[in-house]
Design a binder for this molecule. Structure first.
Ligand code: KE4
Length: 427
């Protein structure tokens, strides 16, 4: 494949944008390549500026669960655009979006829109601290909750990908109240809560880890955290920015039947536009200004274009059979890739929940960040580059997920499996 145009664009981008990208994990640094520059996307395919076409499994890092540029989203944007792009004044669309989220997410009675997952999580932490009057936050190694200061501790995603220790610029006093513990380890949480439980405002986690690769919760883990929070007046926050509307219609909380006090959302609810949200019970959400005193605001929060795109996507996802279709496609892909690895004698561990999954280049099992880090990231990088050459675009990092959309057809999945068969043989 020829990447000349992408490479010259990257050279130019490096002159104006830090690292040539607007988000580190896009850089391709972790997989030994320069990034491709994409020109267009439709369905499960993207085409880069050199005319190379790929089956895409990044799907904008999760938002595009219906694939690229689905007609329902484009139609909604076309319909909304003539009325204006932003007002900073309430619109009906914001009520519609709030009602849709309340309808679909079991534990949410009231919800506030923001503009990114980071903003949703940052606001949820402030809400938990304001509501409980406590300051400590328990998070988990390998979970990534966006780049707000107090959560850049032992984080996953780009922090893990680039092996950045925490992050410079985050003063010690902003992380002294953050405790990061091993994922899937209830005893570790019980021990800390025994010591300082009355100082802990919240326990926050990705109910299915998606930023250390994909790591599902062990049986009883989520239930155990729920009980610890109930017994100690701690708020349980599910960061469902990735799992929301992804692992089931009602997210991980519906899939596992464990309900958090606050839910953070993003990605899918924007249909590809910049959107985040956080919600919970009326009681807890009444603490948010102007109803309460916990302050949070945003110029473009509830933006009509973003609301219309997100609403169109959520309405489509509410149609019968959507999640059964996603499960069928995802299971077919997982089976094909695992068989391909087995045939080639390449040692991998495949984890998947619904239409988010990953292939760890380690024997496994992978149940937490420590076991995820045993993966051969160099071998993953070779796998990534080989698949790219065969027209399959995967996450440019071992510590991310692949996403299947309703637009991935059997022929696209077969192309992916055939490519994997060829590439595994070269590893
Ligand atoms: P954003 O601020 O990037 O919209 O959301 C942050 C966030 C919060 N919570 C979870 C569970 C997330 O996965 C994310 C963002 N995910 C990464 C990819 N794993 C976004 C990609 C990127 O950083 O460029």
């Amino acid at each position: 494949m020829d990447f000349n145009k992408s490479h010259s664009l990257f050279e130019e981008a490096l002159r104006y944008i830090p690292g040539g990208v607007n988000s580190p994990v896009r850089s391709g640094k972790a997989v030994g390549t320069m990034p491709i520059f994409v020109k267009s996307g439709k369905g499960c395919h993207i085409t880069d500026v050199d005319g190379n076409r790929y089956v895409d499994y990044v799907c904008s890092w999760g938002p595009l669960i219906l694939g690229h540029a689905p007609d329902c989203v484009l139609d909604a944007l076309r319909e909304t655009l003539p009325y204006g792009t932003s007002f900073g004044i309430p619109t009906m669309l914001e009520i519609e979006m709030a009602k849709k989220i309340v309808e679909m997410v079991p534990s949410v009675e009231k919800v506030r829109m923001v503009n990114s997952g980071t903003e949703a999580v940052m606001s949820a932490i402030r809400l938990a601290r304001g509501y409980t009057g406590r300051s400590k936050v328990i998070k988990f190694d390998g979970c990534y909750h966006g780049h707000s200061d107090c959560l850049l501790v032992e984080a996953g995603s780009g922090i893990a990908t680039l092996a950045i220790p925490g992050s410079p610029g985050v003063p010690e006093n902003l992380v002294k109240d953050t405790i990061s513990l091993p994922f899937n380890n209830l005893e570790a949480v019980k021990k800390v809560v025994q010591e300082i439980g009355n100082e802990v405002a919240c326990i926050i986690l990705e109910p299915v880890g998606g930023n250390m690769g994909v790591v599902p919760p062990e049986k009883g883990y989520l239930e155990g955290l729920r009980k610890i929070c109930d017994d100690n007046g701690i708020l349980l926050i599910f960061d469902e920015v990735m799992t929301g509307f992804r692992v089931s219609k009602g997210g991980a909380q519906e899939l596992y039947g464990v309900y958090p006090d606050i839910t953070c959302l993003g990605k899918v609810i924007g249909g590809g536009m910049p959107v985040g949200a956080y919600g919970g019970s009326r009681e807890i959400m009444s603490s948010i200004a102007p109803e309460g005193n916990v302050y949070q605001a945003g110029t473009l929060s509830g933006n009509p274009l973003a609301m219309s795109a997100g609403l169109a996507q959520l309405k489509k996802l509410s149609e019968p059979g959507m999640y059964e279709k996603l499960e069928e496609k995802s299971a077919y892909l997982e089976k094909g890739i695992m068989n391909a690895a087995k045939k080639s004698g390449v040692e991998v561990c495949g984890n998947r929940v619904g239409s988010m999954g990953c292939v760890f280049f380690t024997r496994g099992p992978v149940k937490d960040f420590e076991s995820a880090k045993k993966s051969d990231t160099e071998k993953y990088a070779r796998f990534f580059r080989g698949m790219l050459e065969h027209g399959v675009y995967l996450a440019p990092s071992q510590f991310e997920a692949y996403f299947v959309s309703t637009a991935h057809e059997e022929k696209d999945l077969d192309k992916t499996i055939e490519a994997a068969e060829k590439v595994f043989k070269t590893l």
